[in-house]
Write a protein that binds this ligand. Structure first.
Ligand code: XUL
Ligand code: CO
Length: 440
C-alpha cells in the first residue's frame, strides 16, 4: 500500500476500482436531485478523534504519535492544524468540528487555556481561508477536566458552573469568528450516578439556565445558526439528562428553548439508548428539531460508545432517507464522530477510515434517492393509514368528533379487521432497492 505522503488526493474511481485510496461511491461533484453529493452530505472531520486521539484505551496508552515531531505545546497544535487541513484537502472534506481543548494546549489556569485557544482560533481562521474550508460547529469540552467530575452546568458547585460558562462563551465567540453554522452542547457529565447525592430538580433548572444564557449571549453577538443538544443516554454518567431525542424535546419544551435549539443525532448514542438511528432522526424531524448528525456506529457485541467509522450501508440508507424527507441539511452536516480502531495506527488508516465512512454515506444517499423514486415504501405507509382520510377517521384527524360519537360508531360495528403490516415484504423491498442501486 502507498504511504500517506505519496497520496495527494483521494479521487472517485467508481465501484469497479480496487484502488484502496479511492472513493468507490462518493463522487463529490456529481449532481443528484439538483445538488452535488458534497452539498447533500456536508461531510465534516472531527478534530478530537482524527487529530488528537492516539489509540489509548482503559488498558493501554497510545499506539500512534500525533505530535508531528514538535515538543513545544503551541508548535504541536499548529502542526496538528496544518495536518487537519491537509487531510481535509486530500479527502475533499469541506467542514470540520472541534472542542476547545482539541485545538489548543491547556495552560496552567483557565485564563491561560483560553488565551491559547483564542490564538489557535486565529490560526484556524487563516487556514480556513487558505484551504477554503468551513467550520460546521464547535463545542466546549466541559467534561474532561477534574473540576467537571460532578457536572458542569449541573455541578453542585456554582464556581464550576461559572467556569463552564467561560468556556462556552469563548467557544461561541470562536464559532462566530470562524463562521460556524451550529453550536453543540453534549452533556458529558450533565447527569448523575446516584440520587443519594443529587438534587435533580435544581440540576435540570440550572442546565436550562445555562443554555438560556448561552443562547442569549450568542444571539446578542449575532450568531444566527442552530444551538444543538446531542442526546446520549449514559457514559460517562449512569443517567444523562439528555437521554435521547424525545427526552431532549421534553426538556427544550419545558424550558421554552424549542425556537433556538435543535438536535445533533449520533448513531452510536441512539444504539446505547436502545433505539435505531433512524428512530432518533424521525423523532427529531417530527418535532421540528432535526439539526445535524454525528455519524459513526457501535459494535453489537460491545455495550459502549465504540465510535467506529460507519460501514453499515443499510443503516446509512435509512438515515439518508430521513434526511432527504427532511429536505436535507440546513445549518447541520454529517460529522464523523468516529475514530480508527486502536490497531489501525497509521496515517494511511485515517484516510482509509474516512473513505469507508464517506463511501458508506454516499451509498446511503444513492439508495435513499432510489427509495424515494421507487415509491413503494411511501405508498405502503400512505395506504396503511387511509382510514384517517375519510369517514370517522377524517373526523378524528380534524378534531370534529368526540368520545361519545366514537363509542356509538364502534358499538354499531360487528367486526374490526386490521390489515397485515407486511414487515418482511417491506424489508425485501429495501434490499431490492439497495442491491439494484447501480442497475440500469
Ligand atoms: C461523546 C460525543 C462527543 C460530542 C461532542 O460521546 O459524542 O464527542 O459529539 O462533545
Ligand atoms: Co458526538
Amino acid at each position: 500500500m502507498k504511504k500517506y505522503s505519496e497520496i495527494k488526493k483521494i479521487d472517485y474511481l467508481g465501484p469497479q476500482s480496487k484502488e484502496p485510496f479511492a472513493f468507490k461511491y462518493y463522487n463529490p461533484d456529481e449532481v443528484i436531485l439538483g445538488k452535488t453529493m458534497r452539498e447533500h452530505l456536508k461531510f465534516a472531520l472531527s478534530y478530537w478523534h482524527t487529530i488528537d486521539y492516539c489509540g489509548a484505551d482503559m488498558f493501554g496508552g497510545s499506539t500512534e504519535d500525533k505530535n508531528f515531531g514538535e515538543t513545544d505545546p503551541m508548535a504541536i497544535y499548529r502542526k496538528k492544524a496544518d495536518f487537519a487541513f491537509e487531510l481535509m484537502d486530500k479527502l475533499s472534506i469541506d467542514y470540520y468540528c472541534f472542542h476547545d481543548v482539541d485545538i489548543a494546549p491547556e495552560g496552567k489556569t483557565l485564563k491561560e487555556s483560553l488565551e491559547n485557544f483564542r490564538e489557535m482560533v486565529d490560526y484556524l481562521k487563516e487556514l480556513q481561508e487558505k484551504h477554503n474550508k468551513k467550520l460546521l460547529w464547535d463545542t466546549a469540552n466541559n467534561f474532561g477536566d477534574k473540576k467537571f467530575m460532578a457536572g458542569a452546568a449541573t455541578s453542585p458547585n456554582a464556581d464550576i458552573f461559572a467556569a463552564a460558562a467561560a468556556k462556552v462563551k469563548a467557544c461561541i465567540d470562536a464559532d462566530i469568528k470562524l463562521g460556524g453554522t451550529s453550536f453543540v452542547f453534549w452533556g458529558g457529565r450533565e447527569g448523575y450516578d446516584t440520587l443519594l447525592n443529587t438534587d435533580m430538580a435544581l440540576e435540570n433548572d440550572n442546565l436550562a439556565r445555562f443554555l438560556t444564557m448561552a443562547r442569549d449571549y450568542g444571539r446578542k453577538k449575532g450568531f444566527t445558526g442552530d444551538f444543538l443538544l446531542e442526546p446520549k443516554p449514559k457514559e460517562p454518567t449512569k443517567h444523562q439528562y439528555d437521554f435521547d431525542a424525545a427526552t431532549c424535546c421534553n426538556f427544550l419544551r419545558k424550558y421554552n428553548l424549542m425556537d433556538d435549539f435543535r438536535l445533533n443525532i449520533e448513531a452510536n448514542h441512539a444504539t446505547l439508548a436502545m433505539h435505531e438511528f433512524n428512530h432518533e432522526l424521525r423523532t427529531a424531524r417530527i418535532n421540528g428539531v432535526f439539526g445535524s448528525i454525528d455519524a459513526n456506529q457501535g459494535d453489537m457485541l460491545l455495550g459502549w460508545d465504540t465510535d467506529e467509522f460507519p460501514f453499515n450501508v443499510h443503516d446509512a440508507a435509512l438515515a439518508m432517507y430521513e434526511i432527504l424527507l427532511e429536505g436535507g441539511f440546513k445549518n447541520g452536516g454529517l460529522n464523523f464522530d468516529a475514530k480508527t480502531r486502536r490497531q489501525s495506527n497509521t496515517l494511511e488508516d485515517i484516510l482509509l477510515a474516512y473513505i469507508t465512512g464517506m463511501d458508506t454515506f454516499a451509498l446511503g444517499l444513492r439508495i435513499a434517492v432510489k427509495m424515494i423514486d421507487d415509491g413503494r415504501l411511501a405508498e405502503f405507509v400512505n395506504n396503511r393509514y387511509r382510514s384517517y382520510r375519510e369517514g370517522i377517521g377524517k373526523k378524528i384527524v380534524e378534531g370534529t368528533t368526540d368520545l361519545e360519537e366514537l363509542a356509538s360508531y364502534a358499538e354499531a360495528k360487528s367486526d374490526f379487521p386490521v390489515e397485515s403490516g407486511r414487515q418482511e415484504y417491506l424489508e425485501e423491498v429495501v434490499n431490492n432497492i439497495m442491491f439494484s442501486v447501480y442497475a440500469k
